[in-house]
Write a protein that binds this ligand. Structure first.
Ligand SMILES: Cc1ncc(COP(=O)(O)O)c(C=O)c1O
Length: 316
């Protein structure tokens, strides 16, 4: 009720629409664990369509407040995913010029969505993937550091802090003392680290679970297989209690199940998070412990649709 009131307020900027996301009970999908409540926190309801709105907005507003970012600087980073969409949206909202470096072979949809907000794209070598884009952005910034603000979400403490002060506080408001388990995917690790730190300060124990892809080569976009990746500077494995590994197929299948049974079309990494949440709920039910599991749904499934042949084409 509380979040419904907040969401019905008149806002002065789209930036004020970030957060206060709804939480929906997954009753049908979790029917094998009837003694356990499983909730999906719908981060797809943020204005940029993903959980990354929270981190991007806090990284930008904090930098504007302390002068690292100002009207004459360009925000530059190397993401073609949800963080890129969030930078582009808030760049338009806050009057900040945004440049994103991405491999030239990313999908047309990825280029179009960020360009729609006025973002400029710089292409890196497609053969070098996302690491090539990171190297290129670092070269550009090193040449003219005073010209740019480089938020670098992998080492920026405002990324987990957005969840510590925002998402986790909302969850405690929404389910209160009932929460026993928290489940989130691990990408930069901002979501799992920031939420877990806050939930561990709660006066009752909350068991926090990070979801990782089971294999180094996986299709769970946004998620990191830590053992085979560069570990982000903001990652802190002491912040959470358990790592749950999910295959790409389990994530895809669960995303389909949630669309059909719960009428929510979520992304496949979100499917992986829900898969883990339901397995944990089944474990609690078998052990007759009961409980309340909260799962973070980072984005919607339609973000991953390949451009279709019958899609409407615009001529500019
Ligand atoms: C699409 C997507 N983006 C990002 C993340 C991870 O967020 P973070 O970078 O905060 O770890 C997830 C986690 O489930 C995700 O599915």
């Amino acid at each position: 009720m509380r979040s419904r009131l907040v969401r019905s307020k008149l806002l002065s900027s789209v930036a004020d629409a970030v957060g206060q996301t709804p939480m929906v009970r997954l009753e049908r999908a979790a029917r094998e664990a009837p003694s356990v409540e499983v909730y999906a926190k719908l981060e797809l309801a943020n204005p940029g369509g993903s959980v990354k709105d929270r981190a991007a907005l806090r990284m930008m507003t904090r930098a504007l407040d302390d002068g690292r970012l100002s009207g004459d600087k360009i925000l530059i980073d190397s993401t073609s995913g949800n963080t890129g969409v969030a930078y582009s949206l808030f760049g338009a909202a806050l009057g900040v010029r945004v440049q994103l470096v991405m491999p030239s072979n990313v999908s047309k949809a990825r280029k179009d969505i960020t360009r729609a907000f006025g973002t400029e794209i710089i292409f890196s070598d497609p053969m070098e993937g996302s690491d090539g884009a990171i190297r290129k952005v670092r070269e550009i910034v090193a040449k003219e550091p005073e010209k740019y603000f480089y938020p670098d979400q992998y080492s920026n403490p405002d990324n987990p802090l957005a969840h510590y002060h925002g998402t986790a506080a909302e969850i405690l408001d929404q389910v209160g003392d009932r929460i026993t388990h928290f489940v989130a995917g691990l990408g930069t690790s901002g979501t799992i680290v920031g939420n877990s730190r806050r939930l561990h300060e709660h006066h009752r124990k909350v068991h926090c679970v990070a979801v990782e892809p089971a294999d180094a080569f996986h299709g769970l976009e946004g998620l990191k297989h830590l053992a085979s990746s560069l570990v982000p500077a903001i990652h802190d494995e002491r912040a959470y209690d358990e790592t749950f590994r999910v295959t790409t197929e389990q994530g895809l299948d669960m995303a389909d199940t949630i669309a059909r049974e719960e009428a929510m079309h979520i992304g496949h990494s979100a499917g992986a998070v829900v898969f883990a949440a339901i397995e944990i709920a089944k474990r609690l039910h078998r052990e007759q412990q009961g409980g309340c599991v909260v799962a973070i749904i980072p984005d919607r499934g339609d973000r991953y649709f390949a451009p279709m042949k019958w899609e409407k084409r615009y001529v500019w």
